[in-house]
Design a protein around this ligand. Structure first.
Ligand code: GDP
Length: 424
């Protein structure tokens, strides 16, 4: 059963792109299964940095077929720009397949995302305002337009006109905005985008299931992360799809009994973008150092990330709901200069101890971490490539994390480049 899932176990930006890129060498297919272009992956190859938003990072590997699965939402203009940008840097994107069942992000989704966030004021969710949430909402409301609609101009127009009538009424009456033009949207989508996207459209569910039967190796690549999951995350400060292992199954159409490995990616510390609870958050010079050394600014948005200590309570939960088979710890090198490193092993809230994530958000919002402290290793890990060359303090830290999570840590990242990792 050659199907592997790689997913984020925290609040995103764990470095999934690097692991996917590393594993892509052994894969035949790399598949995005949810999210949209709010998921920035950074992959550094031979000193060159590639920021990928929508196309699976496997595209950088010539033997891989990159697939955008049915669970993804696609802004076709962004997809074309990404293809062109990769092509201009010599990357061959001709193998890319796009599911005809994936939903299209439309201009009214972007407009509504922007105005709704503004309308919420201080209660805003901090979305990336790219129309992703509204597109998933329309998918659930069964009024979405899909990639396959680009192949049928008559159907596209009909669906667009029905939906746009309602969207324009909302834009005008709730948000006092000007209506959008169906002609302009249809012109861009059918005349500009459709001819470029049409050759990529494919029955990806059939393609992938045939590949499973043929024992091809498939990597399902998650965007965002477990605690941003619509069901399992810190709702409402979540994304509008399911980055967890369950989402990999619905978003690709590969059945659960075909999955052989589920690899969770976790930073050696913790970050979060935007609002929402974060028990181990730090604010002092530790935060400055983590932001500075870890370059903790969003790939897409440039927003400074909130930072904190590793939270083993979250990781145990992530291990459970994703049935993780192993964990990849990234950015251990960021902790190099610290005298002391901390790990939250439980929380305290209203005088009670919690060893697992409290299900009630009011409890979770007040959770105070109970830490275990470790001496730092205080040396440069960036050139370490062998387990036996890791300082004992770093190894102790990793072993403690593994024991706390209940799943083996198999790889540790010691720098942004492809070769900067250590097998444990
Ligand atoms: P993703 O969305 O989960 O792929 O995460 P991002 O790409 O937003 O963030 C990961 C960032 O960390 C990228 O800039 C990577 O090049 C970098 N990175 C990945 N692994 C390591 C590591 O082990 N050490 C360091 N210092 N940087 C890393």
């Amino acid at each position: 059963m050659p199907v592997t899932i790689v997913l984020g176990t925290q609040w995103g930006d764990e470095g999934k792109g690097k692991l996917t890129d590393l594993l892509a060498g052994e894969m035949d297919f790399v598949v995005r299964y949810q999210g949209g272009h709010n998921a920035g992956h950074t992959v550094v190859v031979d000193g060159e940095s590639f920021a990928l938003q929508l196309i699976p990072s496997g595209v950088l590997n010539e033997s891989v077929t990159p697939v955008i699965g049915n669970g993804v939402v696609i802004d076709p203009g962004v997809l074309i720009a990404e293809i062109d940008q990769l092509a201009s840097r010599g990357v061959d994107t001709s193998r890319l397949k796009v599911s005809g069942q994936a939903h299209l992000i439309m201009p009214y989704h972007i407009e509504l995302d922007r105005v709704a966030e503004r309308h919420l004021g201080k209660n805003s969710l901090g979305t990336t305002k790219r129309g992703i949430g509204p597109t998933y909402a329309d998918k659930a409301a069964r009024i979405g337009l899909r990639v396959q609609d680009l192949l049928d101009p008559k159907i596209f127009r009909q669906k667009l006109e029905v939906v746009l009538k309602e969207k324009n009424a909302i834009l005008a009456k709730v948000y006092n905005r000007l209506p959008l033009s169906a002609d302009q949207i249809a012109d861009a989508y059918l005349n500009e985008y459709a001819p470029r996207i049409a050759p990529l459209i494919s029955d990806t569910v059939a393609l992938l299931n045939d590949a499973v039967v043929a024992e091809k190796r498939i990597l399902l690549e998650g965007a965002q992360a477990t605690f941003l999951d619509l069901d399992h995350g810190t709702y409402p400060f979540v994304t509008s799809s399911n980055p967890t292992a369950g989402g990999a199954i619905t978003g690709s159409g590969i059945g659960p009994r075909n999955i052989s490995r589920v690899i969770g990616v976790a930073k050696a510390y913790l970050t979060r973008v935007g609002s929402g609870p974060f028990p181990t958050e730090v604010f002092d010079e530790v935060a400055e150092q983590l932001v500075d050394r870890g370059h903790e600014f969003g790939t897409n948005t440039g927003r400074r990330r909130r930072t904190g200590w590793f939270d083993a309570v979250l990781l145990r939960h992530a291990a459970r709901i994703n049935s993780l088979s192993e964990v990849f710890i990234t950015k251990l090198d960021v902790l190099d200069p610290f005298d002391v490193v901390k790990v939250a092993v439980a929380y305290e809230s209203d005088g009670q101890r919690y060893d697992s994530v409290p299900y009630h958000q009011s409890v979770f919002h007040k959770a105070v971490p109970i830490y275990e402290e470790f001496p730092g290793w205080k040396c440069d890990l960036s050139s370490v490539r062998k387990r036996s060359d890791l300082p004992k303090e770093a190894l102790n830290y990793i072993e403690f994390l593994s024991q706390q999570i209940g799943v083996p840590v198999t790889i540790v990242g010691v720098g942004p480049s492809r070769e900067q990792y250590v097998e444990i």
